[in-house]
Design a binder for this molecule. Structure first.
Ligand SMILES: Nc1ncnc2c1ncn2[C@@H]1O[C@H](COP(=O)(O)OP(=O)(O)OP(=O)(O)O)[C@@H](O)[C@H]1O
Ligand SMILES: [Mg+2]
Length: 235
């Protein structure tokens, strides 16, 4: 018959601590010195982990556009905790279409918006991809499992789809973008989309079914038509 010992705690007496001291001593370790060791710092704060996952160019990006900040507040308001007392997570919410000329600061603001959410103490599971890179990953003939790749981007709670419209138009591009956006539209998953294209050009590029969903799920943010890259070079 199996017997159970009464559970013991460290407070049950000196014998456990004595045994531990003997084990440490046998290994040449002094318990007083082990106790005095500082706690290991957490390897990553949530913000440091976020920065580590960002492209270096945008690691210090700060979002200050009022419509982008309003979006972060809407997404934060809809965040939910998976259990009582747990950190609230970004789950669902509205999306943002960030449009403007090249160099206007769209990608900068998209990464800055992620930082705002993390600084607000929210858990954010996110992915970012340039649209052209996504199509390359999905293209038949690559070694990756295209359906799994698409599912990962379709289901991630927060997606940054950068530079929509930069890849050459094709049936494949239209179909894959529709599948991605349709899934995120149905699931009400927040998506940050950046583009150089006007709506009528997006319509010609990706079709009515895409732009109809986009119109409902996003707020459009138009950036001032200034190429910051030229200005930075000139400075
Ligand atoms: N508000 C800002 N403050 C400081 N630097 C900024 C700001 N916005 C953008 N930048 C810098 O300007 C440059 C261009 O910004 P960004 O890459 O975001 O432009 P973009 O609109 O995404 O351009 P593209 O359409 O070509 O992708 C980057 O070096 C970025 O770090
Ligand atoms: Mg960009």
């Amino acid at each position: 018959m199996r017997t159970h010992r009464d559970p013991r705690t460290l407070a049950d007496g000196p014998s456990v601590l004595d045994r531990m001291a003997r084990i440490l001593a046998a290994r040449g370790l002094d318990r007083a010195r082990v106790d005095a060791l500082p706690d290991e710092p957490e390897p990553f704060s949530p913000e440091a982990a976020l920065s580590a996952g960002m492209p270096p160019r945008y690691r210090d990006a700060v979002a200050d556009h009022p419509l982008v900040l309003a979006w972060t507040r809407q997404v934060a308001a809809q965040a939910t905790a998976p259990s009582t007392g747990a950190r609230r997570q970004v789950t669902c919410g509205p999306s943002l279409l960030m449009a403007g000329v090249t160099g206007a600061g769209k990608t900068h603001h998209a990464y800055g918006a992620l930082r705002v959410l993390v600084r607000a103490g929210l858990g954010v599971r996110w992915r970012a991809t340039a649209a052209a890179d996504l199509y390359a990953e999905l293209r038949p003939g690559t070694t990756t499992d295209a359906e799994r790749v698409l599912a990962a981007y379709s289901r991630v709670p927060l997606l940054l789809l950068d530079d929509l419209g930069a890849a050459k138009a094709s049936e494949f591009v239209e179909e894959q973008t529709y599948r991605l956006i349709n899934h995120r539209y149905n699931a009400v998953l927040p998506t940050l989309i950046t583009t150089n294209l006007q709506i009528r050009d997006l319509k010609a590029y990706l079709g009515d079914r895409f732009t109809s969903r986009l119109a409902e799920m996003t707020t459009r943010v138009e950036f001032e038509p200034v190429d910051r890259r030229c200005h930075q070079r000139a400075a």
